[in-house]
Design a protein around this ligand. Structure first.
Ligand code: GTP
Length: 504
């Protein structure tokens, strides 16, 4: 077959050449597109060219470096009509350096660099080093086309014929050029694919998605990882901006818009904020890092950025915050937790504070030991918590003194709650066994309580908190003075009718 094609080439049977060449290109091109490994596709294409042209060798050099006085290349692909024509594995063609001592060679290389293709019939060449070099390899004719990938000279595709001193001009060079375009396209596709694979890998490892919004039309581009984060299939073609924003928690959407407005107004170039993404009723924390891109005149073009999964960081932060605001023994709030509770609800009037102190706790400690006192505090808080609602606050202020915080309840309701708290402690003794001790303990305890309202005076929260604590403490003191195991309220808090009856 190769011999036939070569024979026809020598005779110039142009119409048949074209049909054979087109078929070879189609076959080789399909191999390039379909091969899992693009390099295998190149091998197949070179074989098709060799077969259809009857050449001795079809090869690809990759350009490694273009220097002032030499060019460094590597022999990367080869098809040879017989083992005798093989050169790929020869050491002299591995990362080989070709000096520009011969002006004819320099011209040839520079012409390739400028995109020119060549057709060389060796016996017709002027005497010189280039001709001797080709003759030393037994080459009688050759054709080359440079390969350009994304506008850069990437390498050279060539045909050597060691038997026929023929001209490759016309269909031969055209075939080579078309094959060169196919190889360059496959190479570019391969580079893009591996780059996007690397990027996706990076996004996965970094737990982040990438996005870009064009400011002229609101078009959004997002990475596959981001589509998945937003609950879309990775291959979903285009997610509208409106639907992306709908995934954000309403408060965060407003904050984001504010930051974007600041960027557009030139007050900042970048924004960084933690946002909540809502998906299927679940909320998860992400960090948005965004950067405004402008054209040369400063006109905003795009806002692009990443969305980083910070759920773990938020969980750690939350755990640290809870630990910093909790009492280690009873797992109730501590002073700092009490302040945080108030900060979050101070606007919700009314807020009541119930101070609760264990009666004669010193005597309990003295009688049963300090560890028993600890256990009692822990069990007692469990009973108290059982009487409270979800949003109520329970804090240990120190020693055996606790504060209960409730919102949106009237005085009578709070007094009734305080009474329930008193009874839940006194009505049944505490039974428990300490680790390492045989006998179970039975400890009776009671509590005294003082109730006050958080003043609605418009003063600072710290001041209002101090006032409420002082008033509740006054009421608690009165309860202790009156004999303990009772509830007293500050003057501003009206007792429930039942309480008044108890007092009388
Ligand atoms: N077991 C235990 N005891 C504590 C803890 N913190 C403080 N105490 C003890 O609680 C006792 C509080 O005693 P007092 O302030 O005299 O009050 P009380 O004995 O409860 O008497 P009244 O409050 O007047 O009814 C002290 O003996 C403290 O040592 C604690 O974390 N664990």
């Amino acid at each position: 077959m190769a011999g036939n094609a070569g024979h026809r080439a020598a005779q110039g049977a142009v119409a048949s050449w074209e049909a054979d060449y087109l078929a070879a290109l189609a076959l080789g091109g399909r191999a390039l597109m379909e091969a899992d490994n693009w390099a295998e596709g190149v091998d197949r294409l070179l074989a098709e060219i060799g077969r259809v042209t009857g050449a001795s060798r079809v090869w690809v050099f990759q350009l490694l470096e273009f220097q002032e006085q030499a060019v460094i290349q590597d022999y990367v692909f080869e098809w040879a009509a017989s083992p005798a024509y093989r050169q790929l594995r020869q050491r002299r063609f591995r990362f080989f350096r070709s000096g520009f001592g011969d002006p004819a060679y320099r011209r040839l290389v520079e012409a390739r660099r400028n995109g020119e293709r060549h057709d060389i019939c060796v016996p017709s060449m002027p005497e010189g080093p280039l001709r001797r070099h080709l003759e030393s390899q037994g080459i009688r004719s050759m054709a080359t086309v440079p390969l350009f990938v994304h506008g850069e000279w990437w390498g050279t595709l060539g045909i050597d014929d060691c038997e026929r001193a023929i001209s490759w001009a016309g269909p031969g060079l055209d075939l080579l050029s078309a094959a060169g375009q196919l190889i360059a396209a496959a190479l570019y596709r391969h580079q893009l694919c591996s780059r996007s694979r690397q990027l996706e890998l990076f996004h996965q490892v970094a737990d982040c998605g990438v996005w870009e919004v064009a400011l002229n039309n609101g078009r959004v581009w997002c990475s596959r990882a981001l589509k998945v984060q937003l609950g879309y299939p990775a291959t979903y073609p285009r997610i509208p901006l409106r639907r992306m924003l709908a995934r954000l928690h309403g408060d965060d959407r407003r904050r984001l818009w504010q930051e974007v407005r600041d960027c557009l107004a030139g007050r900042r170039r970048q924004c960084r904020l933690d946002v909540r993404l809502v998906r299927g009723g679940q909320t998860a924390w992400y960090e948005i890092l965004a950067d405004l891109r402008q054209d040369a005149s400063g006109r905003p073009l795009t806002i692009a950025g990443i969305l980083v999964d910070i759920r773990r960081r938020k969980q750690d932060e939350e755990r640290a915050r809870v630990a910093a605001e909790s009492d280690a023994l009873t797992e109730t709030l501590n002073r700092r937790g009490l302040r945080h509770w108030l900060e979050a609800r101070a606007e919700a009037a009314p807020v009541h504070l119930v101070l609760l102190d264990v009666d004669h706790f010193k005597a309990i400690n003295d009688r049963h030991g300090h560890p028993a006192g600890d256990e009692l505090l822990s069990l007692l808080t469990r009973r108290l918590r059982h009487e409270l609602r979800e949003g109520d606050g329970l804090a240990r202020l120190g020693g055996e003194e606790f504060a209960v915080l409730v919102e949106r309840r009237d005085d009578a309701q709070v007094m009734a709650l305080a009474e329930r708290l008193r009874r839940v402690v006194v009505d049944a003794p505490f039974h428990f066994r300490l680790p390492g001790q045989g006998a179970a303990l039975c400890v009776e305890a009671s509590v005294s309580l003082g109730v006050a309202r958080l003043p609605d005076t418009g003063e600072s929260l710290a001041r209002r908190e101090a006032l409420a604590l002082a008033r509740a403490d006054e009421a608690l003191y009165a309860a202790k003075q009156a004999g303990r195991n009772r509830v007293h309220s500050h003057a501003g808090v009206s007792d429930s009718p039942a309480m008044e009856a108890t007092r009388r």
